[in-house]
Ligand binder design. Structure first.
Ligand code: PHE
Length: 344
């Protein structure tokens, strides 16, 4: 057989196989076509291979190459037909189930990822801002003794803030002889004492965390809320340092031009004491208390009031967060309604 005749025979075999595979309507028809063309014993491809022995010696390499190409093409056509029929049966199944055909190339269903609670986001941001001003984060326990919650903070026994009705005293308190009664801390100012007790001046810390007071829940109160406490102790610290620190802090958090206003106030642990208001978008809002650390507090922790002075402030985390995001009822923060939380 001539090379040309051999090639022509292979080409027509390939075209016939392609046609048979393509037109097979079901897997039985495809199987019959498979046996006819590539069957191991008497398939037409096998037959054609015999022709290879009849071409001239010089044409053998070209004939062998052509044979291999055609064999590969026919096998590929068979595989394609098998996939077509498999997909077709999936389509039929999908259609029977009333759904669209299965498409393995479709993207998957993205899992829903949560995010940090708005108050946690605020706490992280406040830490970040104060960190840039050189304040490191300090922690204190939520269950406190009276020394740290009151006494070292210059709050005498008769002070109304110590009224058991104003605090969450723990029932186990009576039994803890060493520390005296225990309570859930009513302010983060406790951490001022713990930090100063544990290190000499200078001090530059913030502390953020939960505090507890038996207040009736309303739009601006809750029996548990969060405070950010700041304390700076060094030589020659003044009210001007307090005010500029709070202004920088507020400008970083709210963005834009925030004004700070001090109103005279009283806290046993600061002298003088002020209420801190911030003006943002033309509205004043009370953010918390502040003042110069009272010499009695410095003495209570073994500091020398003639040598060092300092300022302290305590602001409400819920307040600053609510103000920035125009939340009008802080109870929303604790309801765990994802429709609310998703917005942050
Ligand atoms: N601890 C005070 C409060 O809870 C706030 C405060 C902190 C005031 C530090 C002065 C200095 O209201």
């Amino acid at each position: 057989m001539s090379l040309d005749a051999f090639i022509a025979e292979l080409d027509s075999l390939s075209a016939a196989a392609q046609k048979a595979f393509d037109s097979a309507a079901d897997s039985a028809a495809l199987e019959a076509a498979r046996v006819e063309f590539v069957g191991a014993k008497s398939g037409k491809l096998k037959d054609a291979q015999k022709g290879l022995g009849t071409v001239g010696k010089d044409d053998k390499p070209a004939a062998g190459k052509k044979f291999n190409e055609i064999k590969t093409a026919i096998e590929a056509a068979l595989a394609a037909a098998q996939i077509r029929l498999a997909a077709g049966s999936a389509t039929a199944g999908g259609a029977a189930a009333g759904g669209p055909p299965f498409d393995p190339s479709q993207p998957g269903v993205r899992p829903r990822l949560g995010h940090l609670h708005p108050l946690t986001q605020t706490i992280e941001e406040l830490k970040d801002i104060m960190g840039r001003l050189g304040f490191t984060v300090a922690h204190g326990p939520e269950i406190e003794d009276e020394r740290h919650n009151f006494e070292a903070l210059n709050i005498p026994k008769a002070h109304p803030a110590r009224d058991p009705l104003e605090n969450f005293y723990l029932a186990v308190a009576e039994k803890s002889a060493a520390s005296g009664p225990l309570l859930l801390r009513s302010q983060t100012s406790t951490v001022q004492i713990r930090v100063m007790e544990s290190q000499p001046p200078p001090v530059r810390i913030i502390s953020l965390g939960r505090v507890y007071r038996p207040d009736a829940a309303d739009a601006t109160h809750y029996p548990m809320f969060h405070q950010i406490e700041g304390l700076l102790i060094d030589r020659h610290v003044t009210m001007a340092d307090l005010k500029s620190t709070l202004r920088m802090f507020a400008r970083s958090y709210f963005g834009g031009d925030v004004h700070i206003r001090f109103r005279p106030s009283f806290f046993p642990f600061t002298e003088p004491s002020v209420e801190v208001d911030m003006q943002w978008n033309d509205r004043w809002i009370e953010m918390g208390g502040a003042g110069m650390v009272d010499p009695n507090v410095l003495r209570a922790v073994g500091y020398e009031p003639e040598e060092v002075t300092g300022f302290a402030f305590g602001l409400g985390v819920e307040r600053v967060c609510a103000r920035r995001h125009q939340v009008t009822d802080i109870r929303e923060f604790y309801k765990n309604d994802v429709r609310f939380l998703e917005q942050f």
